[in-house]
Ligand binder design. Structure first.
Ligand SMILES: [Zn+2]
Ligand SMILES: [Zn+2]
Ligand SMILES: [Zn+2]
Ligand SMILES: [Zn+2]
Ligand SMILES: [Zn+2]
Ligand SMILES: [Zn+2]
Length: 546
C-alpha cells in the first residue's frame, strides 16, 4: 500500500515524499520545489526521538551512506572559551595589546571596527552599557578573568531577548544535580555567577539557578571549535542530541564559517541510532569511561566498553608473564561503577579492590593493583620520551612489546606517532629514509588503519591522514622498486598509491583548510592530478603489448 499524506503545500492527498528526509509529502514536483526554501532547514535524514533509557537521541530515517552529510548546523550560541587570553568578541581571534579597536558603546576590545558590529557581541555590549561604565582590558596574552563569563552571559541574554533560542538551550542537558558542589561548580559560581552579579550589576536579574544551569549547558554541550588558536566555544541544538558511543557511526567536523557538520563515518541502516564519540577513541576503556564520567556525567556501557577485548582488538590487553604462556590478560569486564572523586564512596562498590585480570590462555590471575602499577610505569616512560625521534619510538615499542599486546593503546599511540614521523626528519622526505624504515612506515600505517576500522570506524580524520602517509610510502616504494623492476613495476605501485589517496581524500572530504587535515585534502587533490598525468605519460611510453 502506498503511503498517502497531505501535501505540505496544498494538503491534497500526496504520495511523493522528500527523498532525503522522508518526513514531508507533496502532491507534485511543483509543490515540492515551491516548499524547498522553507523545508531546507528541517530536511535531514535523521529525527529526534525520545525514550526512558537514552533520553533524547537522533535516529536515521533512511539508510545513510558513509561520507554522507547528515546535517550542518549553525551554533545557537558561540563565545570565547572560559579560560582564555583576551580574544576578539566578534571573530574570536587572539588580540595583541596595542592592536585593538574598542567598541564605541562598551569599551570591549576587538580586532577591527567591523567586528565591533558583529551581532554575537550584543549581549555583553548591552549589559556593559547597562552598568554605565566601559570595560578596559589592559593585559593581553594571558588568561583574563573578564572573559570567563561571556559565553554564559550570552546564553542568559536570550531569556529576555530570544525566546526561541532560550527554549532550545533550556532543553539541553545541564546535569545540575551531578555538577552541584563539584570543584568546577564552585569555581563557576565564583568566577561566573558572582562576576555577573558584581561586575555587570545583574544581581536580582539572574538568579544562581539560572546562571549555574547555563554554565552546565555550556560545559556539557559546548564544542571547542578548533578553527582558531585558542579554540572558542559553540553550543549547537540538534547535534547536541546525538548520543555517545566509543564506537560511533558518525563524526563531527567544522566548516570554515563555524557551522558544525555531522557526517556518517560508516554506512548507517534506517532506524539506527546516530552516534558520535565524546571522548578520545584512542584511549583505553578505563580512561575513556573515567573521562566520560567526569565531564559528561554518565557511565558508558557501549558495545566497545562492554567487551573487554574491545571488539577483538585487545586494545587494553597486557602480556601474561607466566612461563611459556603466550596469552594476554584482561579483566572480565571494564564496565564497573566508577567512584566519583567528588562524592562520598558508595559502599556497594567496595568489592572493586579485589578486581583481577585473567589470562585468556592459561587462566592465571593478576591483581588490578599490579597491572595499574605497570601501566603507570609505562605511562611515565612515555611522558619523558623525547619528541620527534623515530629511534626513541622504536626503542619504546621494542621494550614494551614484552609487557603489552602489540595493539595496546600505548603501543598504538607510539606507532601512530612513528608512522607520521618517518620521512619528516629531512627536507628530502621519504627519499632519504632507509628501506627498513620505509617498510616499517608502510606496515604501521596499514596496521593502524585496520585497527581503526574495527575500533573507531567513524574516526575519518585520523584514518584519512594515515592513508595520506601510506600513499606516500607506497609511491616511494614503487620508485625504489622501479630501479630494478622498470616502469611496469612503477606503474603498479603508482596505481595502488592512487587508490589509497582517493580513499584518503574521501575520508577528509569535510575538513576545512584551517585544519591540517583540510590542508592534506587539498594536497591530495594536487597529488591525484600529478599521479594521473604521470600514469598517462608512463603508459604512453611503454612498448605496446604483443
Ligand atoms: Zn500540493
Ligand atoms: Zn526533506
Ligand atoms: Zn574580530
Ligand atoms: Zn560593545
Ligand atoms: Zn563506551
Ligand atoms: Zn597466561
Amino acid at each position: 500500500m502506498t503511503e498517502q499524506e497531505p501535501c505540505e503545500v496544498c494538503t491534497a492527498p500526496a504520495e511523493q515524499k522528500c527523498s532525503n528526509c522522508h518526513s514531508v509529502f507533496y502532491c507534485s514536483r511543483e509543490h515540492q520545489k515551491q516548499h524547498w526554501k522553507a523545508h531546507k532547514q528541517q530536511c535531514i535524514p535523521a529525527r529526534v526521538r525520545e525514550d526512558g533509557k537514552y533520553g533524547r537521541y537522533l535516529e536515521a530515517i533512511r539508510s545513510v551512506k558513509a561520507g554522507e552529510i547528515i546535517m550542518k548546523e549553525s551554533p545557537l550560541i558561540s563565545g570565547p572559551s572560559q579560560v582564555t587570553p583576551p580574544v576578539c568578541l566578534g571573530c574570536y581571534k587572539l588580540l595583541e595589546g596595542g592592536k585593538t579597536v574598542s567598541c564605541e558603546k562598551c569599551g570591549w576590545p576587538f580586532c577591527s571596527e567591523v567586528c565591533t558590529r558583529n551581532v554575537v557581541h550584543t549581549p555583553e555590549c548591552h549589559y556593559t552599557q547597562r552598568r554605565s561604565e566601559k570595560v578596559t582590558i589592559s593585559t593581553y596574552g594571558k588568561p583574563h578573568p573578564n572573559y570567563q563569563c561571556i559565553t554564559v552571559l550570552r546564553c542568559l541574554y536570550q531569556r529576555d531577548n530570544n525566546q526561541k533560542i532560550w527554549s532550545k538551550l533550556q532543553t539541553l542537558e545541564s546535569h545540575d544535580e551531578e555538577r552541584r558542589n563539584t570543584d568546577k561548580w564552585n569555581n563557576d559560581r565564583k568566577m561566573i555567577a558572582e562576576f555577573i552579579w558584581k561586575f555587570f550589576k545583574l544581581d536580582g536579574v539572574f538568579n544562581e539557578e539560572e546562571i549555574m544551569k547555563c554554565c552546565g549547558i555550556v560545559q556539557i554541550n559546548g564544542h571547542e571549535v578548533p578553527l582558531l588558536e585558542p579554540e572558542y566555544v559553540a553550543v549547537f541544538d540538534k547535534v547536541s542530541m546525538v548520543e555517545h558511543s566509543c564506537r560511533a557511526n558518525c563524526n563531527k567536523s567544522f566548516a570554515s564559517d563555524g557551522q558544525i557538520i555531522l557526517s556518517a563515518g560508516v554506512n548507517i541502516a534506517a532506524g539506527s541510532h546516530v552516534s558520535v564519540c565524546y571522548t578520545d577513541p584512542l584511549w583505553g576503556t578505563e580512561a575513556r569511561r573515567h573521562h566520560l564520567s567526569d565531564s559528561k556525567f554518565f557511565e558508558c556501557s557501549c558495545e566497545r566498553c562492554s567487551d573487554a577485548t574491545e571488539l577483538g582488538t585487545m586494545f587494553s590487553a597486557i602480556k601474561c608473564k607466566k612461563k611459556d604462556c603466550k596469552g594476554y590478560l584482561l579483566p572480565d569486564t571494564f564496565v564497573l561503577p566508577i567512584l566519583h572523586k567528588t562524592k562520598s564512596p558508595d559502599p556497594s562498590t567496595r568489592g572493586l579492590d579485589n578486581k583481577f585480570w585473567k589470562c585468556r590462555n592459561c587462566k592465571d590471575e593478576v591483581s588490578d593493583g599490579i597491572i595499574q602499577q605497570l601501566l603507570q610505569d609505562i605511562g611515565r616512560e612515555l611522558s619523558v620520551m623525547p619528541k620527534g625521534e623515530p629511534d626513541a619510538c622504536e626503542r619504546f615499542i621494542g621494550h614494551c612489546s614484552s609487557y603489552l599486546h602489540p595493539s595496546h593503546y600505548y603501543m598504538t599511540d607510539v606507532s601512530l606517532a612513528l608512522a607520521h614521523m618517518v620521512g619528516q626528519q629531512d627536507a628530502l622526505g621519504l627519499e632519504k629514509v632507509s628501506n627498513d624504515r620505509l617498510l616499517l612506515k608502510t606496515q604501521l600505517c596499514k596496521k593502524i588503519t585496520d585497527l581503526l576500522e574495527t575500533l573507531a570506524p567513524a574516526e575519518t580524520r585520523l584514518r584519512g591522514s594515515l592513508l595520506f602517509e601510506l600513499h606516500a610510502a607506497v609511491a616511494e616504494t614503487g620508485r625504489r622498486k622501479s630501479l630494478t623492476g622498470g616502469p611496469v613495476m612503477m606503474l603498479r605501485y603508482i596505481a595502488e598509491s592512487k587508490k589509497i589517496l582517493m580513499e584518503s581524500a574521501r575520508l577528509l572530504a569535510h575538513e576545512p583548510p584551517e585544519l591540517p587535515e583540510g590542508r592534506l585534502r587539498l594536497q591530495a587533490k594536487i597529488n591525484l592530478m600529478d599521479m594521473e598525468a604521470l600514469m598517462q605519460n608512463m603508459s604512453a611510453a611503454l612498448p605496446a603489448p604483443l
